[in-house]
Design a protein around this ligand. Sequence first.
Ligand code: NDP
Length: 472
Amino acid sequence: MFEYAPAPESRSIVDIAPSYGLFINGSFDEGKATFKTVNPATEEVLSEVALAGPEDVDRAVGAARKAYEKWSALPGAERAKYLFRIARIVQERSRELAVLESLDNGKPIRESRDVDLPLVAAHFFYYAGWADKLAYAGFGPDPRPLGVAGQVIPWNFPMLMLAWKIAPALAAGNTVVLKPAETTPLSALFFADVCRQAELPPGVVNIVTGAGDTGRYLVEHPDVAKVAFTGSTEVGRQIARSVAGTGKRLTLELGGKAANIVFDDAPIDQAVEGIVNGIFFNQGHVCCAGSRLLVQESVAEELLSSLKRRMATLRVGDPLDKNTDIGAINSAAQLAKITELSEIGANEGAERWSPPCELPDRGFWFAPTIFTGVTQAHRIAREEIFGPVLAVLTFRTPDEAIEKANNTPYGLSAGIWSDKGSRILAVADQLRAGVIWANTFNKFDPTSPFGGYKESGYGREGGRHGLEAYLA
Ligand code: NDP
């Protein structure tokens, strides 16, 4: 492989303040305590952010409740104007936002610039279009908003998860208190500024930064009518328990252990690209990642040698470099989890392979890794690793592939690679997964509903279906 010259995106396009307060009722308040957010690629402190306690969350929910009266009474076409305005401002400021997201999260600029930010704008545009058509969404002639939505999002797609949560909530006439993840609060705080620029009425969107406890205060607040959570199955369970019996509406988007199934008639080169995109996109920090490769035995050898050749061309390093394919792992804690599960995989007898790959000295890094010889009993085949680690299993017949694919506590996504449309449809019909990609992987669109079965959660986000969670 020939060497690439560095092609770094300039970080000077975005101003990061030394500290940020909480965004409540249209302005930034000081919080009592603070925490630091770091660039996972360098461990440099980017900013200090307020840590919201119970009183802060209470103020934010109070502001959202007050704003709800007027916001919910606005004609849908008026709410749509604000959402269109937000979408346009996101587009105008997308370079700033992409750099900020890559700095705070560690994801390659190529992804934040070309995937995350265009999808964020698309979500706001899409739901802006629904705001005045709710009566035609299929939820009755006069669907009503619910009230204050308490929304808790993870660190893997900070800005995109914010868009998935806020756009449908506002379009339906709800107001919002959102808690971003502790390690990636900056793009949500930037979004607060976008709301001000769009002259969104104060209190319609409130952002409370903090750790897990802040999320807990929010979901347990009695004046929150609807809870939307994306994150780990463990925390999802705790939230389901705390919300049970309160009358609050709940959607949970949790983990996954998707099977990416390659049949012997699949176009191998395309499948290899799909496998790489399925597991190495966003460092594998993707709930719907294709983390289990199921390959038909007769083509396994050919496919694996192509895959290894392709993996050797992946560039790991500076997220702001436009040539980078794999950026930094989001946090030391996540790196420790990936490292531990990978060691368990090797100790349990699977064969580990990574291409030769130089990792930077500072920051949190993990080389792209595959495990072959994996059985269904191995922990790396059952547990969500949430990193650039692929477990490879083989199968002989379509029935065996389906059985193995469904042998998981999760059910979020799956991929099928085959030349035959009829086979794709027949297999897709028998897979228990919310999203199934055919001859592609990790493709997202605001018009398409997304969500899981079993321990992957319940409720759907995106599309017309995504409105249902915010309407009564
Ligand atoms: P969490 O589920 O802990 O985090 C998701 C969000 O929930 C964060 O904003 C977090 O805050 C918040 N939170 C944590 N505890 C509570 C609580 N008791 N009540 C309300 N909100 C809470 O995920 P982690 O970041 O700890 O990641 C752990 C594992 O979860 C990963 O290794 C991965 O396997 C999986 N994961 C799956 C995701 C998915 O999209 N399916 C996304 C993220 C993680 P804070 O960040 O401040 O702790």
